[in-house]
Design a protein around this ligand. Structure first.
Ligand code: ADP
Ligand code: MG
Length: 515
């Protein structure tokens, strides 16, 4: 009996919209529609008593019962809990994401049958904690997460596929350098990639996990609210459901402004009403600083890749917010090139994820790889040390950002006191020289040091960082036989029992079951 291979499925778990794609029989990525018949699903969750509703209906509910709606949960990933409380309950953001994934899985299963394996994408600029939380969301939604890959890389893979690069006959050995500018609903990511034949290499990445279309919406909300206040002396933003409705209207008006020179937004509150007309120019002026932030980050990424605009073959636009004319105009002026819109802005990331899933599944069956991905780390990784002169906590960086992965790095620190009994190694992620401004992502302790260890004894810390984001840490105290090897335990992440509990609750699966 021949067994049917599992489908290769990729999920773009977006801040505002999510997309699922699979590879068809010919290996072509195709987007799957959800139960409502749409290709994109709002990443919005409504807590309706005991019921949890995800997607379009949850998005609609923002206008009437905003206090029960969780939107943009991806922005809070990495924090212990989502910022809003629902009926006295607070959820970890990755649990909210698990509900979204669960809906995506159930809807997709209607078309392709039950499946359990998936590749999920994350912004390239996501740090370790956020990557791990995303992986956990997949687990709690009943998946085996084959891989977590970067959204711009996925978009570049989809682009490469479309250009015929993944076809061994069609692939060129000439390097193609592309800058992927991904402005979505809640995050901004810019990555410089080199495509050489079937090899995809990230050269540098930068971004902002709290900048996206949502911020453009809020500026429109403010414009309308201010004109409402001028007329009626009350602020419609003070009521959550009115603010929610206004936000939806403004998001719609923003889309109109991508196609037309003006749009109008109606707002009703406490028996007053107002219709504000906004021109594209007014909108662009009100959001210029947001655009400038992306411009600045883009220039930084290019510099980090060691390239000039003349070295870049294409500027690839990804993410729904790149439909705004101001984005295209800025990039055209900055790069001297016409931005490339050949990939579907909302679907390319999911398509790349499906291609990646196909690759991982093929490898499991000992089939040759059709393409390879080389990554860089998006944040510096280091260890907390103490400055002997000032006593301040410093970030002793072992792996600077944008280092090609995998990488092994070693650095020697010194013990602080004579006769030290144990050494605490705190692992941090971030660019600041001050450890307090970095994120602690884990720690390990070397215990039972032999007595009479002199002050300033060397302690070697070795990091091995894999492209899949796993960090192995090896600490040795050369003058003793003490050492610790550990894969770091991340702070703020849910423990296994809690995750298993959520997995049972959300999708009724036991820890070892996969669909
Ligand atoms: P994410 O992956 O972060 O969820 P997407 O790439 O799906 O985001 O993009 C969603 C964002 O794109 C939303 O903020 C949405 O308002 C915006 N968007 C979609 N279409 C348009 C358009 N025509 N003009 C301006 N913004 C748009
Ligand atoms: Mg996206």
């Amino acid at each position: 009996m021949t067994t049917v291979p599992p489908p290769a499925v990729g999920i773009d778990l977006g801040t505002t919209f999510s997309v699922v794609a699979r590879l068809d029989e010919r290996g072509q990525p195709v987007t799957l529609v959800n139960a409502e018949g749409d290709r994109v699903t709002p990443s919005v969750v409504l807590f309706d008593g005991e019921d949890v509703v995800v997607g379009k209906e949850a998005l609609k509910a923002i206008a009437s019962e905003a206090e029960h709606v969780a939107e943009c949960s991806k922005r809070d990933v990495g924090h212990r809990v989502f910022h809003k409380v629902f009926d006295g309950r607070q959820f970890p953001p990755e649990v909210i994401e698990a509900w979204i994934l669960n809906k995506l899985r159930n809807d997709a299963a209607q078309q392709i049958g039950p499946f359990g394996q998936v590749v999920i994408t994350v912004p390239a600029y996501f740090d370790e904690v956020r990557r791990k939380a995303t992986q956990d969301a997949g687990y709690m939604a009943g998946f085996e997460v084959l891989d977590i890959i970067n959204e711009p890389t996925a978009a570049a893979v989809a682009f490469g596929f479309q250009q015929g690069f993944l076809d061994p006959q069609g692939s060129s050995t000439e390097p193609n350098r592309i800058l992927v500018y991904d402005l979505g609903g809640g995050t901004f990511d810019v990555t410089v990639m080199e495509i050489r034949g079937t090899e995809f290499t990230a050269l540098a990445t930068d971004g902002d996990v709290r900048l996206g279309g949502y911020d453009w919406d809020q500026r429109l909300v403010d414009l309308v609210a201010e004109s409402f206040i001028r007329e009626h002396y009350v602020d419609p933003r003070e009521d959550p459901s009115t603010a929610g409705k206004l936000w939806r209207e403004c998001e719609d008006a923003k889309r109109t402004l991508s196609a037309r020179g003006k749009a109008s937004v109606a707002c009703d509150y406490r028996g007053f009403s107002c219709r504000a007309e906004v021109s594209r120019q007014q909108f662009e002026e009100a959001t210029q600083d947001l655009l400038d932030r992306t411009r600045f980050t883009t220039v930084q990424a290019l510099k980090a890749a060691g390239l000039a605009w003349g070295d870049v073959d294409r500027v690839l636009l990804v993410g729904g917010s790149t439909r705004m004319p101001m984005v295209r105009n800025m990039l055209r002026e900055l790069s001297g090139k016409e931005p490339d819109t050949s990939v579907a802005a909302d679907e390319a990331v999911a398509h790349g994820a499906a291609l990646r899933a196909g690759l991982v599944l093929a490898r499991r069956q000992d089939q040759p790889a059709t393409f390879t991905i080389h990554n860089v780390n998006s944040h510096s990784l280091g260890v907390v040390g103490t400055d002997p002169h000032t006593g301040r906590k410093r970030n002793g960086i072992l792996i600077p950002r944008n280092t090609p992965l995998p990488v092994t790095a070693k650095r020697t620190f010194k013990t602080r006191k004579a006769n030290q009994k144990s050494i605490l190694v705190q692992i941090v992620e971030g660019e600041s020289p001050s450890a307090d401004d970095c994120t602690q992502i884990g720690k390990c302790t070397v215990r039972d040091l032999p007595p009479n260890l002199p002050v300033q004894s060397p302690v070697d810390v070795l990091f091995h960082y894999e492209p899949n984001g796993r960090l192995k840490v090896h600490v040795t105290v050369p003058e003793t036989d003490r050492q610790v090897k550990t894969e770091i335990v991340r702070e703020n992440s849910l423990c296994k029992e809690h995750m298993d509990g959520w997995r049972r609750y959300i999708c009724h699966l036991e820890p070892t079951d996969y669909r």
